[in-house]
Design a protein around this ligand. Structure first.
Ligand code: ATP
Length: 299
């Protein structure tokens, strides 16, 4: 049994009369990537900042790396790396200077040059942080979280503002952290990011965890969708299987898509119909997420 790095028991946080976190139980194990998903204002950052020791809970018990984050010491802090949502660097310092400054807080930091390369800021090494583009600033923030070579990383929306190539680069970095045995708690609004990276996800809605588990297990039980445009001159009842029309396209759903695909394609060949935009789509984490958070997606 792998040991828990983070546990939360009945965690609550109220801001005045507003209950932002309403009883969260959580366990993140050593070496896993755990992702918090949820709409704006669901309580993700509040929870993460309590786990980082930056906010006090209103109620409940929290333990991170064997200590209460609210009372943790410098040694504890040197074992974690944090990427906050908001800007945390002196704008007048260059990229290298910023990383050097943060490296000084850790007993065994990575070489600054290695981190500059890792986050793809080689060309901006001498640029003042205040002059970086939004995405470059976020890369520097990621570098700051990595510089201490910590065993636990909190990454709050780590790839927001990244261009597509930089996002893929960041995914590689985060996946390599797991290979190095680190534990990562991240929040993200990108469901493909969670699906690609996370061993387990928790979907937060209104300060509560609505569902939790490995992305594939959350998706299991949701039907595969088959869609195509109804060929000219064909009526819906003529199809070999019951179907409905959604957004101008025929849609069929099934837990066992293979026989359905077989029936449809055989029917199309027999009737010499060209289903040019025929598509089979596995359910995704996004379908599950939308269903839980808006009720808009299909079961
Ligand atoms: P996002 O996806 O937008 O980052 P989130 O899930 O991280 O959202 P939180 O930032 O944790 O959400 O906010 C949860 C709720 O608590 C929101 O309603 C927010 O307005 C409120 N809140 C957060 N910080 C404070 C604060 N310092 N004072 C008062 N209310 C706050």
């Amino acid at each position: 049994m792998t040991s828990a790095v983070i546990t939360a028991d009945g965690l609550r946080k109220s801001y005045g009369r507003h209950d932002a976190v309403r009883g969260i139980d959580l366990e993140v194990r050593a070496g896993e990537i755990f992702a918090f998903l949820g709409p704006n204002g669901a309580g993700k950052t509040t929870t993460v900042e309590i786990l980082e020791g930056y906010r006090d809970p209103t109620a409940g018990k929290v333990e991170v790396l064997g200590a209460d984050p609210a009372r943790a010491d410098r040694e504890w802090r040197s074992r974690i790396g944090v990427m906050l949502q908001s800007w945390q660097v002196e704008p007048a310092l260059t990229v290298r200077e910023s990383l050097e400054q943060f490296a000084g807080y850790y007993p065994r930091p990575l070489p600054v040059e290695e981190v500059v390369q890792l986050v793809g800021l080689e060309e901006q090494g001498r640029t003042r942080a205040g002059r970086l583009s939004g995405g470059q600033q976020r890369r520097l923030d990621l570098g700051i979280a990595l510089i201490g070579d910590p065993e636990l990383l909190f990454l709050d929306e780590p790839t927001t503002g990244f261009d597509p190539a930089a996002r893929r680069g960041a995914w590689q970095i985060i996946a390599s952290l797991r290979e190095a045995g680190k534990t990562v708690l991240l929040t993200t609004h990108y469901l493909d990011e969670a699906q690609a990276l996370a061993d387990r996800v928790a979907i937060l809605v209104d300060g509560r965890i609505r569902t939790e588990g490995p992305p594939d297990s959350l998706v299991a039980g949701h039907a595969t969708r088959i869609t195509f445009t109804l060929p000219h001159g064909v009526e819906l009842p003529a199809l070999p299987e019951p179907a409905e029309v959604s957004a101008g396209r025929v849609e069929l759903r099934s837990d066992e898509p293979v026989p359905l695909v077989h029936a449809l394609t055989a029917w199309a060949v027999q009737n010499e119909l060209d289903l040019t935009d025929f598509e089979v789509r596995r359910p995704s984490l996004e379908d599950v997420y939308l269903e839980l958070t808006t009720g808009a997606a299909q079961p």
